[in-house]
Design a protein around this ligand. Structure first.
Ligand code: GDP
Ligand code: IMO
Ligand code: MG
Length: 429
């Protein structure tokens, strides 16, 4: 089984895009299986930077790229992203790009509701990306979503529109907003339909066929395990399952299709939006990590919160997602720190525990237990072999492996595609 599943093992922005792009040239197909354009994946190839939100990162290498049914798709955001990427010289045709025809759509009314709720929530807000992700997933499980395949049957949409509008009109009235303008919505859908439909297909079938021919499939996760709607820091999470198990339901292949699960792990910790963050540093050290790591969100440009590496969280993510090996990213950001701290456990009400409890109040109350290791003054930036790493950096990596109970499969030392140290080839398994 030569498939690879890439997932984020922290709160997102671990560097999944870079790693997927790096692996993509050896894959036959790259598949997104959850999330939507809340994702922001940055790829740096030579002098060019590509920012992708919906398109699978394989699109840049020209690898067949598919959006699975587990994704929520904003057709207008898709069009804008395709046009932007085409402007950068990336070719996106029906030959190298496809969308599952059973994908639910994100509509303008979802974005409205996301914004209305967040504004009304005040201090209790989730800090969403404002893209309508949550409301779109709610409508999917509420069985009132409009899906990609509906775009080919807009004359038969009335009964589904009735159900959708009845739900949203009631919610909108609660916020003092006018009902959904059905005619305007239909007109917008009619206008965008041909653009989306040129890529629409039963993705499960396409995957079945390429798999029969022995294709190597690379699944590209969005967000991270701690933002998973079940396993994350609920309710400060996204609305999809971000764990590796979602590749099956989100693309239409069986549970044995995930292959090598590569957990992407930043050498420290960041988070955007609200919610518990045990190792957060609200001091000069946190500022330094953010400055050196350019920790600003790709999607919303928000400043990311920064903190030391939390081995408790990553050990938990690796267990929950069945991670085979990790790709450790942004090691170079730790260059020059005199000492580096690693969180090895939490203190909760006088006891030391080795996992993150499920309750939000307890998650907010845990205090990190740290061990301190000596840093390194040499630079790791741009290193492409183990031999180029200072001894202390290797010691840091080895200690992380030990604490998270999972081996390192690769190390990333800059945003650039090829500044990556391969330890174990995930496609070789
Ligand atoms: P993703 O959402 O997981 O794909 O990650 P993002 O692209 O949102 O954020 C990761 C950021 O770190 C991007 O700007 C990458 O270009 C950058 N990056 C990735 N790997 C490395 C690395 O090893 N070192 C440094 N300095 N930057 C990296
Ligand atoms: P990538 O794929 C980091 C966060 C938001 C917010 C919460 C819910 O680039 O790693 P949503 O809009 O999904 O309802 O917001 O999830 N979030 C991310 N944080 N990286 C992401 O994606 C994220 N996608 C969503 O900041 O806290
Ligand atoms: Mg990101």
């Amino acid at each position: 089984m030569a498939n690879v599943t890439v997932i984020g093992a922290q709160w997102g922005d671990e560097g999944k895009g870079k790693i997927v792009d790096w692996l993509a040239s050896r894959a036959d197909v790259v598949v997104r299986f959850q999330g939507g354009h809340n994702a922001g994946h940055t790829l740096v190839v030579g002098d060019t930077t590509y920012k992708l939100s919906l398109l699978p990162s394989g699109i840049v290498t020209g690898t067949l790229s598919l959006i699975g049914n587990g994704v929520v798709l904003d057709p207008w955001a898709l069009k804008a992203e395709i046009e932007r990427l085409e402007g950068q010289g990336v070719s996106i045709e029906a030959e190298n790009f496809g969308i599952a025809d059973n994908c639910p759509l994100i509509l303008p009314l979802h974005r409205d509701l996301d914004g209305l709720r967040e504004s009304a929530a005040g201090k209790g807000k989730i800090g969403t990306t404002g893209r309508g992700i949550g409301p779109a997933y709610e409508d999917k499980v509420g069985r009132r979503a409009i899906r990609v395949c509906d775009l080919a049957h807009l004359d038969e949409l009335e009964p589904q529109l009735d159900r959708l509008c009845a739900h949203h009109d009631a919610l909108r009235a609660g916020f003092g907003e006018p009902p959904v303008d059905r005619a305007a919505l239909l007109a917008e859908l009619r206008e965008i339909a041909p653009f989306v439909l040129q890529f629409a297909q039963p993705v499960w079938k396409r995957l079945r066929d390429v798999r029969k021919e022995g294709a190597k499939i690379l699944f590209e996760g969005a967000q991270g395990v701690l933002l998973d709607v079940d396993h994350g820091t609920y309710p400060f999470v996204t609305s999809s399952n971000t764990v590796s198990g979602t590749v099956a339901s989100g693309s239409g292949l069986g549970p044995n299709s995930a292959g090598f699960v590569l957990g992407i792990v930043k050498a420290y910790t960041t988070r955007v939006g609200s919610g518990p963050f045990p190792t957060e540093l609200e001091d000069e050290t946190g500022e330094t990590l953010g400055r050196k790591g350019h920790e600003f969100g790709t999607v919303t440009s928000r400043k990311r919160r920064c903190g030391w590496f939390d081995a408790v969280l990553v050990r938990q993510s690796c267990a929950i997602s069945g991670v085979t090996g990790i790709a450790l990213t942004k090691l170079d950001v730790l260059d020059g720190f005199e000492t580096i701290r690693i969180c090895t456990g939490y203190r909760l009400d006088g006891e030391v525990i080795d996992y993150l409890p499920s309750h939000a109040a307890e998650q907010a109350r845990v205090e990190p237990v740290y061990e301190e290791i000596e840093g390194w003054s040499e630079t790791t930036a741009g290193a492409r072999s183990w031999a180029e790493l200072p001894a202390q950096a290797i010691k840091y990596i080895r200690r992380i492996e030990e604490l998270i109970e999972c081996p390192v499969a690769s190390v990333s030392t800059s945003p650039e595609r090829d500044d990556t140290i391969l330890v174990r080839d995930p496609f070789a398994d």
